[in-house]
Design a protein around this ligand. Structure first.
Ligand code: SF4
Length: 232
């Protein structure tokens, strides 16, 4: 897919899935916690985990979580899976945010993008994807977070040859106007959840199939029901 096709494709997807900003009612710390909870699980289970935290602690803040017993956090987030590991990370992050930044990520998010990213990835359990989600969704930084859907679709479109977080982010940021990165990140996720699924992508219903490298190479030769993605 070339740049012109990418821009046409993304405008189509954005029109189909206009920005639904899930982070708008949340604090930056809540966005960080929800992104940690979302690791290796579905959005539904991540939301159950956040609801569990709110129910158990009243608020999801560094003060509420920094001294909480691990077992209590674990029980609150069990829907999100990997609860022991995630509970430890969440409490560690709460302690660091409280001790290092006065209980708020606002100061971190006011820094320049690369400095803010470096601060965020210094936290336990926070890798480049989690940092970019917080930067984009909570801080308004012009990053293009690459989650599993974005990664898969970028490879199907031929933007990158293989899974490589930084290469994929760079490719998407090179072609996406800064003001569109958050909206197009969300539009790609919506596309990945609804049509461009890992298994059996619904290419026959896809509004951007004509520009899709993967479809052009494989899909047209096969009935939709038999399409398979190499990564499953
Ligand atoms: S044509 Fe198929 S593989 Fe390509 S973007 Fe659409 S759903 Fe995904």
């Amino acid at each position: 897919m070339d740049r012109r096709a990418f821009l046409r494709t993304m405008r189509t997807l954005e029109a189909r899935d206009p920005l639904a900003d899930w982070a708008a009612p949340m604090t930056p710390f809540e966005v960080l916690v929800s992104t940690i909870l979302s690791q290796s699980t579905t959005v539904g289970n991540e939301r159950r985990g956040m609801d569990g935290l709110r129910k158990a602690f009243g608020t999801v803040t560094p003060d509420a979580l920094a001294e909480a017993p691990i077992r209590r956090i674990e029980r609150a987030i069990w829907h999100a899976g990997l609860s022991r590991q995630k509970a430890g990370r969440i409490r560690d992050v709460a302690r660091i945010v409280r001790g290092r930044w006065g209980g708020s990520l606002d100061g971190v998010l006011r820094r320049r993008t690369e400095a803010a990213r470096a601060d965020l990835v210094s936290l336990p359990g926070v890798g480049p994807k989690t940092a970019d989600v917080v930067l984009a969704m909570a801080g308004g930084h012009p990053t293009f977070p690459v989650d599993t859907h974005v990664d898969r679709i970028a490879r199907r479109w031929g933007l990158v040859p293989r899974t490589d977080y930084e290469a994929t982010r760079a490719a998407l940021e090179a072609w996406t106007p800064p003001g569109k990165r958050k909206a197009w990140h969300l539009a790609m996720i919506a596309h990945g959840r609804t049509l461009c699924k890992a298994r059996r992508p619904r290419c026959a219903e896809c509004p951007v199939a004509r520009d899709c490298d993967w479809y052009r190479a494989r899909g047209r030769r096969r009935p939709d029901k038999r399409l398979r993605s190499p990564e499953g």
